[in-house]
Design a protein around this ligand. Structure first.
Ligand SMILES: NC(=O)c1ccc[n+]([C@@H]2O[C@H](COP(=O)([O-])OP(=O)(O)OC[C@H]3O[C@@H](n4cnc5c(N)ncnc54)[C@H](O)[C@@H]3O)[C@@H](O)[C@H]2O)c1
Ligand SMILES: O=C(O)C[C@H](O)C(=O)O
Ligand SMILES: [Mg+2]
Length: 458
């Protein structure tokens, strides 16, 4: 599907004559609309009313599509055009609910005062019992300062709340974890660290989300050092996990040794640097990166990677290209080489549409909707919470990536994000890691920047 980000639901009255629905869908398709769900609302002798969800690229295309439906002869009528995405967000996506019914005074006295005081005393005497008698053991804070919300940039924490609520909904549905959004009204690393530390008592893990580079690096490192609960910056490590798993699967399908492949990373911010570090630690010998910021490239070199000064050069010599710049359409199709793997992971719009990359010769192509950290973070946190680990180590991240790859069907890059088995397998893999087994990972410094034929994936 091309770059179709406008989703609308059309409620249409359709003549109850055979072939009418076909006429309507043809007109929608010819106007460039992708049809999603079709729901029958009411069937009558003369008319049938249906809700038809369509996706289009831009507002102009939507107006043209609506006009084309208006022009249809035979009694077609559009009742309403609604924005389902906005509507579904009304009132927010999450809520806090009581697990206990409070219907009688006895209930009230048990749930609340005076009964609750006994539980407080138990925890005061043996603080670890908070893990039994409160929800803390199953609760993770989803913390943002709003500085890198998807690829939308520094739009502030409140505007980023729909993303945080989305992560919370996914935590609940995919891993049974309470994810509590925490919106920080500061971008100052010291204040972020101090605030998260101050509120950390109520949580068993911290998921940092959409915090921009470079301050995300300092914030995560300090919190990992200073807190004794697991801390993970999703955009760094969640993304690196799912990217590694996609690349493992691509190499497996192509019969290529990933460790000998040339991996090129465009954009060396939170996601990009972590992807490079993950690849190098996994044993990929040739990792190169590029960024518009020289500081970001130097940072990669300090970790043992190599930098090139242009995207064209990087694409000339990479078997696998990964992009996390937040800039839609950044990769020109002329730069794609025959047989390349292209993962353009920026959300909400990729650096190149997968269809375009495939048409230009890529052997595998995906965007950030499918290669998405939703495949990683729920299971990773489920695993560490189940095992009672107080940190998330490199071995756990690799175990998660390999578990996702093991759940991927041959020929696919990643599994379905809603396949509950994937999240169970990730949790199990993380849980089974020997938490003391991590050693310091050394990154090899080997670099090939010349133009080389891409035989491996062709
Ligand atoms: N698919 C996923 O699961 C996933 C996960 C995390 C992030 N992302 C996406 O990746 C993008 C970046 O996120 P981030 O958290 O790393 O942000 P970030 O701000 O930390 O990093 C972006 C980097 O791209 C660089 N950049 C920007 N324009 C560039 C250009 N024209 N050429 C070269 N480099 C350029 C910036 O200098 C920066 O270093 C976002 O769009 C986000 O949605 C996707
Ligand atoms: O939120 C997502 O869809 C993935 C990722 O965390 C991102 O920032 O793009
Ligand atoms: Mg994110």
């Amino acid at each position: 599907m091309a770059n179709k980000h406008i989703i609308r639901t059309l409620m249409v009255e359709i003549p109850s004559v055979p072939g009418s629905l076909g006429k309507l869908t043809t007109v929608i398709g010819l106007a460039g609309g992708d049809i999603g769900e079709v729901e029958t609302i009411q069937v009558g002798p003369n008319y049938t009313t249906r809700n038809i969800t369509v996706q289009v690229e831009h507002e102009k295309q939507l107006s043209e599509l609506l006009e084309a439906v208006h022009q249809l002869e035979g009694g077609f009528r559009i009742h309403t055009v609604s924005d389902e995405v906005l509507r579904s967000h009304e009132g927010g996506k999450i809520q806090m609910k009581s697990k206990m019914p409070i219907e009688s005074l006895a209930d009230l006295r048990r749930v609340y005062t005076p009964g609750v005081a006994d539980v407080c005393r138990v925890i005061e005497e043996e603080p670890e019992k908070a893990g039994i008698y409160t929800s803390i053991g199953n609760t993770v804070a989803i913390v943002t300062d709003g500085t890198a919300i998807l690829g939308l940039g520094d739009i502030g924490p409140v505007a980023g709340m729909p993303v945080m609520e989305g992560k919370s909904a996914l935590f609940d549905q995919l891993a049974g974890i309470n994810g509590v959004p925490i919106l920080l009204n500061t971008k100052d690393p010291d204040q972020i660290v101090q605030t998260v530390k101050s509120i950390s008592l109520g949580f068993s893990g911290i998921l940092l989300e959409d915090i921009a580079s470079p301050h995300c690096f300092e914030v995560e490192e300090r919190l990992k050092r200073e807190l004794d609960i697991p801390v993970m910056h999703d955009d760094q490590h969640g993304t690196a996990v799912v990217t590694l798993s996609a690349v493992i699967s691509a190499c497996k399908s192509a019969g290529v040794d990933l460790r000998k492949a040339r991996v090129g990373q465009i954009g060396l911010g939170a996601a990009g640097l972590a992807i490079c570090r993950m690849m190098m630690a996994y044993g990929v010998k040739n990792v190169i990166g590029t960024d518009k910021s020289q500081i970001a490239m130097t940072r990669l070199e300090n970790y043992g990677g190599c930098s090139v000064d242009s995207i064209e050069k990087l694409m000339e010599c990479s078997d696998i290209v990964i992009a996390t710049t937040g800039i839609p359409g950044l990769i020109k199709k002329e730069w794609v080489r025959q047989g390349q793997v292209i993962l353009a992971l920026s959300n909400p719009k990729p650096e190149i549409e997968p269809e375009e990359a495939l048409q230009a010769g890529a052997v595998y192509a995906a965007d950030g909707r499918s290669v998405n950290n939703v495949l990683g973070f729920p299971g990773i946190f489920r695993g560490v919470l189940n095992a009672g680990f107080n940190e998330i180590t490199h071995s756990m991240l690799v175990a998660a990536a390999e578990a996702i790859a093991a759940c991927t069907k041959p020929g696919d890059l990643v599994p379905h994000p809603l396949d509950s088995n994937v999240h169970k397998m990730v949790a199990k893999a993380v849980e089974n890691v020997d938490s003391l087994s991590d050693k310091e990972v050394k990154h090899p410094k080997i670099c090939i920047q010349r133009k080389v034929p891409l035989k491996s994936f062709a």
